[in-house]
Design a protein around this ligand. Structure first.
Ligand code: FES
Length: 158
């Protein structure tokens, strides 16, 4: 049986599926969220295992994994930096923040630093336009930010 480490404990993915989600395929999206949260992406072996365990076609799982932007099929960094480039944030300097971060981190949006510390992403509006420009790091929102403030913010994240 494949053993996955969940929440820092060496345990089977089975435990997660059974104990937290009652082994119920109706909870598939929540199971995928838990896996994605643990690894910051959805490892293929985990998806294959879930498919077998819940008797859900792998194609259906991939369909969900690719439909929702919260899921990633590629390994991502420990910290996800997301720059809003929706219209309101764009006109207030979102693009400048993106260019500065790309230069500072040495990657393009969509990529991950070699040390796996940061993944840089962009989004088209996160629904708080009046606070733009907005950058999020993991789940924390940094409002009315700029390039220099954002660079200082990144120092807080290992
Ligand atoms: S455009 Fe950035 S939050 Fe809406």
């Amino acid at each position: 049986m494949t053993v996955f480490i969940i929440s820092g404990k060496k345990g089977a993915l089975d435990d997660l599926i059974n104990e937290r989600f009652a082994g119920d395929k109706e909870n598939l999206i929540m199971i995928l969220q838990a896996i994605n949260k643990e690894y910051n992406y959805l490892p293929r072996p985990a998806l294959t295992y879930v498919s077998t365990r819940l008797d859900v076609p792998l194609s259906q799982i991939y369909g969900i994994a690719t439909f929702y932007s919260m899921f990633s099929l590629e390994p991502r960094g420990r910290n996800i930096v997301t720059i809003c480039l929706g219209t309101a944030c764009h006109v207030r300097g979102g693009e400048r923040i993106k260019e500065r971060l790309e230069s500072y981190l040495g990657i393009h949006a969509g990529d991950t630093t070699e040390d796996m510390r940061f993944t840089l992403e962009t989004v088209r509006c996160i629904g708080c336009c009046s606070l733009g420009p907005v950058v999020t790091v993991n789940e924390k929102v940094y409002a009315r930010t700029d390039s220099e403030k954002t660079l200082k913010t990144l120092d807080q994240y290992e």
